[in-house]
Design a protein around this ligand. Structure first.
Ligand code: NAI
Ligand code: SF4
Length: 424
């Protein structure tokens, strides 16, 4: 577990790196790290170890013991997912790397794919080994089209080195290859079943679950869908072993995490940090100490006001996908709510009435509040509507879309009431 001196050391090491490597503010494509798990990973050491020393069952079991949880945001145990898919019936299985990183304020996967693509592909290949899949697909965000030539080159080099293809690293019957499929710019396709619909050539609309993809995914076959960071981290764990990973982090949140930090702070960027830091410690690191609030976990995450900055980043409290948006004292929180709701109105796939119409109504309400032409009763109705949207939405988009409005009403009510609110 993180002790105060450890946190202090991490902050100091990161600060040192920030000072030496990036003198100017504004480049959010850099990675700063005190652990260097990705950059110090020996190439393909995980795959070599798996092929030479481990059975497919061993690989999934080791990940289960490591406590690795999905880094896309939901935190489902990765080893359990691989194990369920390996036991699912069927000769044809798939591994999908969810690289549809569309959450506003999240750019960690872009950095991983740009700098450590080998590690991500190694993780996919390990998953193929563990599950018994022959095909892997990277579903790449449309806005990351510029990464495709680089990724294709890395894949080709891996084929040449027999790290993909037939009988990988000389292991009889271990055959796996990876292709890239481009998204078309829809945020909702980051939801795994919408992603699968899109891969099958249909509109990207979430399906009902269960069945979960591990049982019935792409083309009705068992499918593992993992986030980019999860796959890269799986490679690190298999290469270095469980003890290394579990020695970092907290009791319920093992290991380290990439945090994309943006907004009103002096040092935005991608930070690789152990789980267990408080929001306040992170703000100290990125020079955002005077903030009035931090959105933890992207637009679908949680708005944390300054009075709660001692909350811990980890699955015991704020288990998140890795996006940190800092709001300084000068931010108008109703404008923040308007911005979020505009995004969700634009990105709703339209299947659920609450999400399709409710978010538009919430946005209308926020605009009335901004103009000072909203009544108290209507404001209360908007809170009621928020709860209805959450409970009647099929996927995470609708379930989380009203969160920011509810949080602003709870923590920044004075900003709402500072404008004229009609009595009736
Ligand atoms: P979820 O908790 O329903 O599922 C998480 C994963 O576990 C899925 O792969 C699911 O198939 C699997 N799973 C869950 N229960 C299972 C079971 N009983 N058997 C087998 N597999 C099971 O979460 P969901 O809806 O997939 O994702 C929501 C999360 O995504 C939110 O927490 C949000 O933070 C995050 N998110 C991330 C974004 C990004 O850009 N990385 C964008 C938007 C949301
Ligand atoms: Fe589509 Fe919204 Fe329903 Fe999700 S909650 S399925 S985005 S309408």
């Amino acid at each position: 577990n993180l002790t105060p001196p450890m946190v202090h050391r991490i902050i100091e090491e990161c600060r040192q790196e920030v000072r030496t490597r990036r003198p100017t503010v504004g480049n959010v494509g850099e990675t700063f790290s005190s652990i260097l798990s990705y950059s110090s990973h020996a190439p393909n050491s995980a795959l070599t170890r798996a092929v030479e020393e481990m059975t497919p069952v061993d690989v999934a079991s080791e990940l289960t013991v490591s406590g690795l949880k999905g880094r896309g945001g939901a935190g489902f145990p990765t080893g359990v997912k691989w194990s369920l898919a390996s036991k699912a019936e069927g000769d044809v299985k798939y591994i999908i790397c969810n690289a549809d990183e569309g959450e506003p304020g999240t750019f960690k996967d872009r950095v991983l794919l740009g700098k450590y693509a080998d590690l991500v592909f190694e993780g996919m290949t390990l998953a193929g080994y563990a599950v018994g899949a022959r095909e892997g697909i990277v579903y790449l965000r449309y806005e990351y089209t510029h990464l495709r030539p680089h990724l294709e080159a890395v894949l080709e080099a891996r084929r040449q080195a027999n790290l993909l293809g037939e009988n990988i690293l000389g292991k009889d019957g271990f055959c796996f290859d990876i292709r890239i499929h481009m998204g078309a710019g829809a945020y909702v396709c980051g939801e795994e079943t919408a992603l699968i619909e899109s891969l099958e050539g249909r509109r990207g609309e979430p399906r009902n679950r269960p069945p979960y993809p591990v049982e019935k995914g792409l083309h009705g076959r068992p499918t593992v869908v993992n986030n980019v960071e999860t796959l890269a981290t799986a490679s690190c764990i298999i290469a270095r072993g469980v003890n290394w990973f579990t020695s970092i982090g907290t009791e319920r949140s093992k290991g380290f995490k990439l945090f994309s930090v943006s907004g009103d702070c002096e040092r935005p960027g991608v930070y690789e940090l152990p789980w267990g830091m408080t929001v306040r410690q992170l703000l100290e690191l990125v020079d955002g100490v005077g903030a009035k609030a931090v959105q933890v976990g992207g637009y679908t995450g949680e708005l944390v006001p300054a009075s709660q900055f001692d909350r811990v980043m980890g699955y015991e409290d704020l288990g998140i996908g890795g996006s940190i948006i800092v709001y300084g004292q000068g931010r108008d929180m109703l404008e923040v709510a308007e911005n979020y709701l505009e995004f969700f109105v634009e990105e709703s796939c339209g299947q659920c009435t609450g999400c399709r119409i409710g978010n538009q109504k919430l946005l209308d309400g926020v605009r009335l509040l901004q103009k000072g032409t909203c009544s108290n009763r209507y404001l209360n109705d908007l809170i009621g509507l928020s709860h209805s949207i959450k409970s009647t939405s099929k996927c995470g988009l609708g379930q989380a879309s009203p969160n920011v409005f509810v949080a602003i009403n709870e923590h920044f009510k004075e900003e709402i009431m500072a404008r004229p609110v009609l009595a009736a």
